[in-house]
Structures are given as C-alpha cells and as structure tokens.
Design a protein around this ligand. Structure first.
Ligand code: SAH
Length: 400
C-alpha cells in the first residue's frame, strides 16, 4: 500500500502522539505527493517518524483526521473490529442497556462517524469525507455485527458543509414504519427516527435519568424544564413523584412525551406543557410589590439545549443559563433538589458552576452539592481530546 505522506511541522507531533485526532492546516509542513480529498494518508513528524494514518481533506480546516497510529487497511474488517470494540465498552459500562450510542466518533477512534442503536434499528450520522467515501464498508460492518432490522442515515449535521458535503438522509437498509419503541432503564419510549428531532433521542442522559430519579421522594412535585420526550419526567414519576410538569416549546416533543407517559401508565402524574421555558418561568416567578412567592416544587430539572455553538456566543448564553437558574431556584422549596445540566462544549464545568452560584448569590440562597453528572458512558470522553467532552451537570439541595 503506497500512501502519500503528510509531514508535520516541528513541535506539532506531540499533540498527536498524546492522542488528539485532528491535524489542522497550520500544523502541516508539506505533502510528499498528491492526495485526493477523502484519501487515506500517512502522517509523519518532521524527522520522518510515523505517527499514524488518517483521512485527508483539503476542503476542511481539519486537514487530516487520524484513524490509527499504525498503517492499517480501512476495509470492512477494520470497521467490524472497531464496532465490536466500541460495543464492548458499552456492554462493560452499561450492561443492561439495549438502546445506546454504539459509536461516538473520536471517542471510539472513528472520527466523523456516529452510530446509535435503538433496539434493532440503527441510526448512522457521517460528518467526515473519509467516512463518507467508505460508507459501503461501514454499512456492511453494521450488518455483520448487529443483523439490524433497519439502518437509517441522518447525516444532516451542519458540520458536513465544513467538509464539502451535502446532507444525506434516508433508510439505507431494511424498513421502518412509524415510531420505534425503545426501552431506557425499563421505561418505554416511542422515538420518531425517520422524522422528528435530529438523532431521535438524547441518549447521553440515560444514566442521569435514573440518578436524578434516585433523588425524588414519594409524593414530590417535580418540574422538568426542556423536557423533550419526557426522559427526566417519566423517571421521576416512576420514582414516586405525585405531580410532574414538563415544559418544552416543541409541540411535537410534548405530544410524544404525553404519549410516552401514557404507555408507561404514568400519565396520571405527568402533564406536559408546550411553552417557551423562559416565558413559563417568568410567568410563574412574577410577583407584585408586596407579594411573596411560595415555592411549590420539590425537584427542579433544567436541561436546556446548548445556548451556544461557538466560543463567541458564550456571553449571551451565560445570561440565558443564569436566568433559568434564578427563576428555577425561586420555584424550589427549601430542602428541594435542583438538577441542572449544560451541554455546551464551550461552557466549561467551572464556568457553569460559577453561573449557578451567582444565581444563588443574587437571591441569598445556599446550595449543597449532592451529585455531579457527566455524559453517559456510551458517549466516552478522551481527555487527550477535549472536544469529546460536553455534558456536565450537578444536583444541589437548597439549604436555605
Ligand atoms: N431533557 C431532554 C433533552 C432536552 S434537549 C431529554 O433528556 O431528552 C432540549 C429541548 O429544549 C428540546 O426538546 C427543545 O425543543 C427544547 N427547547 C429549546 N429551546 C426552548 C425554550 N426556549 N423553551 C422551551 N423548550 C425549549
């Protein structure tokens, strides 16, 4: 196999040796020959020592995406092996789960490939040209490892344009009709895979649903802001909550959440309201000049979408995070629990914590931290590649 070599500038090799998988244009000294976009190239340091192989793309700022630290053939067997080792990670850390993310791109050394398992239906998302060109191998490998009922492609990620690719959607193997019924921690969820939200469901909270539910006491009143399909709501109701209110601005989401509650016989406890959470919280925390707000919730869950996709928009996003925390805390009874999450990569754990503390400070409230959350183990983090970490969360008790 003869591969074109990409030589790195002096000082650029250590990042790659340490396990980062992206090589930007500026790190490259030169190419020793021609390379087509999507080709496999070998990567060497400026002294010609081999660092690995990766996918080349002149149209992307990420010029090379490392795929292995040795010379490797990228064929069906390669993908089959990577899928099996990714699956082993999930089986080890989430042994009872039947729906989960099988491949989380870089975290599983498969840059630009995401694969979600919804029982026997698989949803694939490709965001790098190197993977796109090998889609036939990937699909064949998925068939060999999982014998799926269907494979659906949902490659509509905005990242594709950075790699010079169009969207690509559709059922590429088997058939599906209507929503797919899946189990999370023993609860049933209907997920609209062919339509609906981008990847069907937010699987990254699977472990946290149960952890937050463990803080719910019998008879509690629970608020689930940004409830989507009702993940936190249903788990809280099963844990014994008397009343659960979910709020989401998407009517499609609250519709599914209501149906999910019913399918689990939890609809007597759960209601879902279609509303902008900011407006909803504002309306319920508004007080007249001499009125005192009497908080009604024993548990408040805040799991908003990422308010910022870029570093530049962080400041505005922090105002949003602070506002929901100020209002969420106003609605929380003393001794109650606030479970709060941030899924923006650009807002670090400390920044998020500072924001929550500043909301508490403004109202002279004191919080006791009772749990720390991260993305579920099917979305593994490589500390050598900070881009793989995005979800963080905390649970606090309101001391006073
Ligand atoms: N907690 C959910 C995930 C939430 S994702 C789960 O575990 O599955 C974010 C959700 O927030 C989406 O369902 C989206 O429709 C909703 N959303 C976005 N902006 C909103 C707003 N301003 N008010 C209410 N809901 C909003």
């Amino acid at each position: 196999m003869s591969l074109t070599t990409v030589l790195l500038r002096p000082g650029e090799a250590d990042r790659i040796v340490a396990g980062h998988l992206w090589i930007y244009e500026g790190a490259i000294l030169r190419l020793t020959g021609p390379a087509n976009d999507g080709d496999l190239v070998q990567i060497k340091d400026h002294r010609q020592r081999l660092l690995g192989v990766g996918f080349y793309n002149s149209r992307s700022k990420i010029r090379v995406r490392v795929i292995d630290s040795e010379r490797t053939d990228i064929d069906v067997h390669f993908f089959e092996e990577r899928l099996r080792s990714a699956l082993a990670v999930r089986q080890r850390h989430m042994p009872t789960a039947t729906s989960f993310r099988v491949v989380n791109a870089e975290s599983d050394l498969l840059t630009g490939l995401i694969l979600d398992k919804y029982e026997d239906v698989f949803v694939m998302q490709i965001s790098s040209l190197g993977m796109e060109k090998r889609k036939h191998h990937i699909v064949e490998a998925i068939k060999r490892v999982f014998s799926p009922r269907a494979i659906v492609e949902r490659s509509e990620s905005s990242f594709r344009k950075f790699e010079g690719m169009e969207e690509s959607n559709g059922v590429i193997h088997g058939t599906i009709e209507g929503p797919v019924s899946i189990k999370l921690n023993g609860l049933k969820f209907d997920v609209d895979i062919a339509g609906g939200h981008k990847t069907g469901l937010y699987l990254d909270q699977q472990v946290n649903y149960q952890k937050v539910a463990n803080l719910v006491r019998k008879g509690d009143t629970v608020l689930d802001c940004f409830s989507f399909l009702g993940g936190f709501s249903l788990h809280a109701a099963r844990a014994g909550a008397k009343t659960v209110v979910g709020v989401d601005q998407s009517a499609e989401a609250t519709g599914f959440a209501g149906a999910n509650a019913k399918a689990n016989k939890l609809d007597a406890q759960c209601t879902f309201e279609t509303a902008n959470a900011f407006d909803w919280l504002k309306a319920r925390t508004h007080t007249g000049p001499h009125e005192k707000l009497i908080p009604q919730f024993d548990v408040v869950v805040l799991d908003p979408p990422s308010f910022t996709r870029t570093r530049a928009a962080v400041e505005g996003a922090m105002r949003g995070y602070k506002e929901i925390h100020v209002r969420g805390l106003k609605l929380l009874k003393p001794g109650g629990v606030l479970a709060t999450f941030c899924c923006s990569h650009h807002v670090g754990t400390q920044m998020f914590l500072d924001c929550i503390l500043s909301a508490a400070f403004d109202q002279r409230k004191l919080l006791r931290r009772v749990d720390i959350y991260a993305q579920s183990p099917d979305h593994p983090v490589l500390p050598s590649m900070p881009e793989t970490e995005y979800l963080k969360g905390f649970a606090f008790e309101l001391v006073r």
